[in-house]
Write a protein that binds this ligand. Structure first.
Ligand code: NAP
Length: 254
């Protein structure tokens, strides 16, 4: 983390999909800023949630609340979030990060893979945000950040379902920004390119080199670079930015 945003201290921020990867780094970045970090975990992941909670507390989070819900289960999500808001007050920072990718050629795309991808990446984010929207209207400095992808802007062969879901998040972000701006609720999306995570670690050297060729900055991004951008967008430092789709891709899609 390079910048500090004092207004994030004690701010209640929800990060979905914080068990690993970019979401975990975002949650850790917010913990370092002293936020009250809320994250979800799925059935059977209680151990991971406990460990994450302890780690975030050690980093300086003012409070940490794990909530058990799967974002594709709208009832479970709504019930967990409504219960939390009743007890703690509005969640004023929402990071819709949880996502999946089921890659393969279009000819072989299965309806179930399309459903799973859209339900997780797009419908999950929309319904979760809607579950919190009433409380957001009465909140101070509410900010929503949706994790889209550069693939949602430029497309990618073999990623039809994923690209469609991420492009859908762009439409959601711009529409929500327009609809909620009069209540001072901001909504932005970020589009990471290739970020170093378990997913990109698994790529073979040849594929990695191919990607590096097309990235002007000649390196993959770090998840901490994504988490710094998210912290900025949740903070008052970005108070006049809404409806933006911000690429963080080393220049891949200029
Ligand atoms: P990741 O390592 O695969 O982690 C995905 C996270 O989402 C996990 O915590 C997972 O929880 C959670 N999740 C998935 N389905 C869920 C569900 N139904 N309910 C609740 N949680 C669920 O992903 P990542 O690489 O860090 O990517 C994070 C976000 O950035 C994603 O939206 C991805 O599309 C986007 N992105 C990533 C890159 C990249 O280069 N990595 C580039 C562009 C965009 P479990 O542990 O329970 O599975």
């Amino acid at each position: 983390m390079n910048a500090s945003f004092p207004d994030l201290k004690d701010k209640i921020c929800l990060v979905t999909g914080a068990s690993r990867g970019i979401g975990k780094t975002i949650a850790e970045g917010l913990a370092r800023q002293g936020a009250h970090v809320v994250f979800n975990y799925r059935e059977g992941k209680e151990g991971v949630a406990e460990e994450l909670k302890a780690g975030l507390s050690a980093l300086g989070a003012s409070n940490v609340t794990p909530l058990k819900f799967d974002i594709t289960n709208c009832e479970e999500t709504k019930s967990a979030l409504t219960g939390f808001v009743k007890e703690h007050g509005p969640i004023t920072g929402i990071v819709n990060n949880a996502g999946i990718s089921r890659d393969g050629l279009f000819l072989r795309l299965k309806e179930s893979d399309l459903d799973d991808t859209l339900n997780t990446n797009l419908k999950g984010a929309i319904m979760l945000t809607q579950a919190l929207s009433r409380s957001l209207l009465k909140a101070e400095n509410a900010s929503i950040v949706n994790l889209s992808s550069i693939v949602g802007l430029m497309g990618n062969s073999g990623q039809i379902a994923y690209a469609a879901s991420k492009a859908g998040l762009v439409g959601f972000t711009k529409s929500l920004a327009k609809e909620m701006a009069s209540r001072n609720v901001r909504c932005n999306a970020i589009c990471p390119g290739f970020i170093e995570t378990d997913m990109t670690d698994a790529l073979d050297e040849k594929t990695k080199e191919g990607y590096l060729e097309s990235i002007p900055l000649k390196r993959l991004g770090a998840s901490s670079e994504v988490s710094d951008l998210v912290a900025f967008l949740l903070s008052r430092a970005s108070s006049y930015i809404t409806g933006e789709i911000i690429k963080i891709d080393g220049g891949l899609y200029i």
